[in-house]
Design a binder for this molecule. Structure first.
Ligand code: ARG
Length: 459
């Protein structure tokens, strides 16, 4: 027997391989609640234009509520050959309430239904990802306050550059994540536009009140062009790009920590609960958590890229190619959620090795400070930079640290050097120069902590 809702004009059967390829239920059943919510609201709209009686509308809504419970308790039985969540729910509704079920789909198409379901789903689930991002920011902020005294080499090109606070380094990642949160909020607006009432492509012929429908479904606006409405998956692409960006941020944090956790650095120790061993080498303790984050972080952009390729050159309105939007959306959602959780756990439990961080500092990292010292004595910066370079070269030639050159030796390079140069050979002093907003001085780092803290508080 043919369950297909579009079976009327077909005499023969669908090829079983095509049936399998065409079926999206495995993925889109995850939107069962949203599909039901949309249908209940649509039934109300039909009631208002007298296409359903009060009792028919009630029976539809009650039937849909029962179906929702069946899905929720895992009792819903999918029949062989069923296509997607929309047809499955309608089939079941007819089984439960009979005749009135066959009146529900008038004026509606799966084309406006599916994109409505997806927007509803994202609207209620993105908050969860945002919370996960905030949790990670919070962990970073807490550590940063506690470990503000830890100082370490800051790197550019992965070469020792200038001393910084460990907290300043950690917070750099928190600020990127805060931008991600804000970027996500900008996307909420585009999700808040209801496509339902666009039909297959031409619109709704029954003059339903779409504004009322939007109100009932908690959408701020309605789409203004039915062809655009069933065509549009920009909101999915936006989400995928957003997730890719978060993935990239997490991958960069992961990469830093992988490097920092190697024996050569040993700035951090990853907790056992976030490391694994080797089946061959007994001594090994590998940062698998971070490697998974790094790899998966990159694969999220793969999802984005692949879905963009599906969208490219599609003819207007709905085409079945679009069905792959669910795979992209759910895979991305789940993977991002899990790497966010693992990142938060890894960062929360890692140990920072204060002594190792400090012992990785070396005096040539203060060469910039020699230049600043001279600038404070009115030497123009370019000249000062050049003199500082000479100091580095002289120390290299004599096989000593720059701080071990005598005042006489320094004076030979430039008469501006005086006894107070001794103050420069101090990492803390170096760090404390950077007091302008955004710098690594204690006061600036505390200011960052304060700002992020109060931002988190109003989340
Ligand atoms: N399962 C379909 C999808 O996810 C629903 C829309 C189907 N529409 C159609 N005209 N075949 O894209």
């Amino acid at each position: 027997e043919n369950h297909k809702l579009w079976g009327g004009r077909f005499a023969g059967k669908t090829d079983p391989q095509l049936e399998k390829l065409n079926c999206s239920l495995d993925l889109d059943k995850r939107m069962y609640a949203e599909d039901i919510e949309g249908s209940k609201a649509y039934a109300q709209s039909l009631k208002h234009i007298n296409l359903l009686t009060e009792s028919e509308a009630n029976s539809i809504c009650e039937g849909l509520d029962k179906i929702k419970i069946e899905w929720g308790t895992n009792e819903f039985v999918i029949k062989p050959g069923e296509e997607d969540i929309h047809t499955t729910n309608e089939r079941r509704l007819k089984e439960i309430i009979g005749e009135p079920a066959t009146k529900l789909h008038v004026g509606r198409s799966r084309n406006d239904q599916v994109t409505t379901d997806m927007k509803l789903w994202l609207k209620s689930n993105l908050k969860n990802l945002q919370e996960k991002v905030c949790e990670l920011i919070e962990v970073i902020v807490k550590r940063s306050l506690k470990e503000i005294d830890v100082i370490m080499p800051g790197y550019t090109h992965l070469q020792r550059a200038q001393p910084v606070r460990w907290s300043h380094y950690l917070l750099s990642h928190a600020w990127s994540l805060k931008n991600d949160c804000e970027r996500l909020e900008n996307n909420f607006g585009l999700l808040d536009v209801l496509p339902l009432g666009s039909g297959a492509l031409a619109g709704n012929p029954l003059n339903i009140d779409r504004k009322k429908l939007a109100e009932n479904l908690n959408f701020a606006q309605i789409t203004e062009n039915s062809m655009q409405a069933v065509s549009d998956r920009d909101f999915i692409a936006d989400f995928l790009f957003w997730a890719s960006m978060v993935g990239i941020h997490l991958s960069r944090l992961a990469e830093d920590l992988i490097i920092f956790s190697s024996k050569e650095f040993e700035f951090v120790t990853i907790a056992e609960s976030y490391s694994t061993g080797s089946s061959l080498m007994p001594q090994k303790r590998n940062p698998d958590s971070l490697e998974l984050i790094r790899g998966i972080g990159g694969s999220l952009f793969g999802q984005c890229c692949s879905f963009m390729m599906v969208l490219k050159s599609l003819p207007s309105t709905y085409n079945k190619d679009l069905q792959s939007d669910k795979e992209a959306m759910f895979t991305t959602f789940d993977k991002l959620q899990s790497i966010l959780e693992v990142t938060t756990g890894t960062v929360r439990t890692l140990k920072v090795n204060d002594a190792k961080c400090k012992s990785a500092l070396s005096f040539e990292m203060l060469a910039t400070d020699i230049a600043y010292y001279l600038v404070r004595k009115s030497v123009p910066f370019r000249t000062a930079h050049h003199i500082a370079g000479k100091v580095v070269a002289e120390a290299e030639k004599k096989l000593v640290n720059i701080c071990d050159l005598t005042l006489e030796e320094l004076k030979e390079i430039s008469p501006q050097f005086e006894i107070d140069i001794g103050r420069v050979w101090n990492y803390e002093n170096s760090i404390e120069q950077y007091q302008a907003i955004g710098g690594t001085a204690r006061s600036s780092v505390l200011d960052q902590i304060y700002k992020l803290d109060s931002w988190l508080e109003q989340k």
